[in-house]
Design a protein around this ligand. Structure first.
Ligand code: GLN
Length: 509
């Protein structure tokens, strides 16, 4: 029934003139401008009001942090009044995926095992966004411990896609994607281990960027697979995403894998003319059931690129075909180790039914973890076990190195790679939840970037025949986020494709 109505309950919050619906740079500049009447408190209140109106139907948020947001907004307004610079994100409401630590707010990771846990410190990425003036309005829903592609693995409730409430927003950062797509916040933080920023961005018709491994600190991000995890921005445009990325990136003494990469600032001389874009044979969707619409959308963009003077370069990266098997050895192996810390002693839930230490661990974990998390722990433990580590884990790691080399070679021949983000648009809630393999295949076009440690961005790319958003993905060599964002902006203006506010689904107005 809901899917037949305007997915946002008959109301359209977007009137174009509303400060919350303007580019992030504009709203922050207005807050910083002493003579402009717009305050950070007003922006935050507008965001909280929309959350109150829209979120009951969407389930994007696990909790709101009204008091924190208003206190942060007041601090921004006080700085403006005192003539100090409150930062490039002054007063901008920000949603934070609930696997990132915000002191004073519950940290659940979408799991029952963390019930009652509140972290004492900030995740570095979130703290940096706040230092740049952002105001945290709430924590968003996710697949338990970021394992999933639909947000249906949340222990609490699935989130819904603002473009069609019967469909998933994607995952695991589905709550963040839905929050941005519905206009509740202009910016959100997600995490991407195998596609969890880009896939939900694609399914919700927004922009999502997975940075180069090491650009953004993982301190305070609850670890899923440490060699793959990256925190990144979700937004309505590439320029909005750029502002958030610029705020959160950089070396952090709490994460030894962080490095300094080339600036993400816009390059005014960047142009589509002369751009060499790679088209990878193994990303073709012609033979994938239901992949025709995404394939056609990519072809449409390629035609615009060619018209603008870019050149397509045909490439083959044979190991891309092995990226799902490699990922589903490496990621569960690391997860099985990372999740060992949830034992009923240190954090959150502790069983009532323990007889001894052994049963305390076993019962707590049995009660606290959901089915998919248990499945990953079992796969990972198996892949790392004495008799099998050589056959599975070591082989997967060797193949991962080769895959990275294939990308390195590809970027000798092109500036960036163009592909779809997902084979199909958003699927129905329940459609794949009983079939883990079908769910794993949602990431067939995203996991390779994590395995290779390279950046990739998903941008809106029109709609499928049912009117649901599709995404286009741009991949670049390590440190090339600035170039990817420039290309994303230029492609959006050349194609006219970009974020669109959710409208009626199911054929009605
Ligand atoms: N969907 C993938 C998985 O289930 C990726 C998740 C992610 O990027 N966090 O592991």
């Amino acid at each position: 029934m809901l899917g037949r109505m305007n997915p946002l309950g008959g109301m359209t919050p977007f009137d174009g003139d509303h400060p919350l619906d303007q580019p992030v740079a504009t709203m922050a500049a207005r807050v910083r401008d002493k003579d402009d009447a717009l305050t950070a408190v007003e922006l935050v209140q507008a965001s909280l009001m929309r959350m109150q109106m829209l979120d009951p139907g969407l389930g994007a948020f696990l909790c709101t942090t009204d008091e924190l947001a208003l206190a942060q907004a007041e601090a921004v307004d006080a700085k403006v009044a005192a003539g100090e610079d409150p930062g490039p994100l002054a007063g901008v409401p920000l949603a934070v995926k609930d696997n990132l630590a915000v002191p004073g707010a519950p940290l659940t990771c979408g799991s029952k095992i963390l019930a009652g846990y509140t972290p004492p410190t900030w995740a570095t990425s979130v703290e940096r966004a706040v230092s740049a003036g952002a105001c945290i309005v709430g924590k968003t829903n996710l697949d338990e411990f970021a394992m999933g592609s639909s947000t249906e693995n949340s222990a609490f409730a699935p989130s819904r896609n603002p473009h069609d409430l019967d469909r998933v927003p994607g995952g695991s950062s589905g709550g963040s994607a839905a929050a941005v797509a519905a206009g509740m916040v202009p910016l959100a933080l997600g995490s991407d281990t195998g596609g969890s920023i880009r896939q939900p961005a694609s399914l919700c018709g927004i922009v999502g960027l997975k940075p180069t491994y090491g650009r953004v600190s993982r301190n305070g991000l609850v670890a899923f697979a440490s060699s793959l995890d990256q925190v990144g921005p979700m937004a309505r445009s590439a320029d909005d995403a750029r502002l958030l990325l610029a705020a959160i990136e950089g070396v952090d003494s709490h994460d030894a894998t962080t490095q300094t990469f080339a600036s993400v600032a816009a390059d005014p001389s960047a142009s589509l003319a002369g751009l060499r874009y790679g088209v990878v044979q193994e990303f073709a969707l012609a033979d994938v059931p239901g992949g025709e619409d995404a394939e056609a959308a990519v072809a449409g963009v390629r035609a615009v690129l060619d018209e603008a003077g870019a050149t397509g370069v045909e490439l083959s990266l044979p190991l891309v075909d092995a990226s799902i098997p490699i990922y589903y050895i490496v990621a569960p192996a690391e997860a099985s180790s990372n999740l060992a810390r949830f034992d009923g002693v240190r954090y959150g839930h502790r069983t009532d039914g323990a007889q001894d230490l052994e049963s305390l661990y076993a019962k707590t974990r049995d009660e606290g973890f959901g089915e998919e998390v248990k499945r990953r722990i079992l796969i990972g433990t198996f892949a790392l076990s004495a008799g099998y580590a050589d056959a599975y884990y070591k082989k997967a790691m060797a193949a991962r190195t080769r895959l990275r080399e294939q990308f390195d070679a590809a970027f000798e021949r092109c500036d960036l790679i163009v592909s779809a983000t997902t084979p199909t648009a958003a699927f129905k809630i329940g459609e794949k939840s009983g079939d883990p393999l079908a769910m794993y295949l949602c990431d067939i076009l995203t996991v390779a970037a994590n395995l290779a440690g390279i950046p990739a961005i998903s941008i809106p790319c029109g709609r499928d025949r049912a009117g649901l958003p599709l995404g286009l993905q741009l991949w670049g060599p390590p440190g090339s986020e600035g170039r990817l964002l420039d290309a994303a902006e230029q492609m959006a203006s050349a194609t006219g494709l970009g974020y669109e506010a959710p409208r009626a689904s199911g054929g009605d107005a």
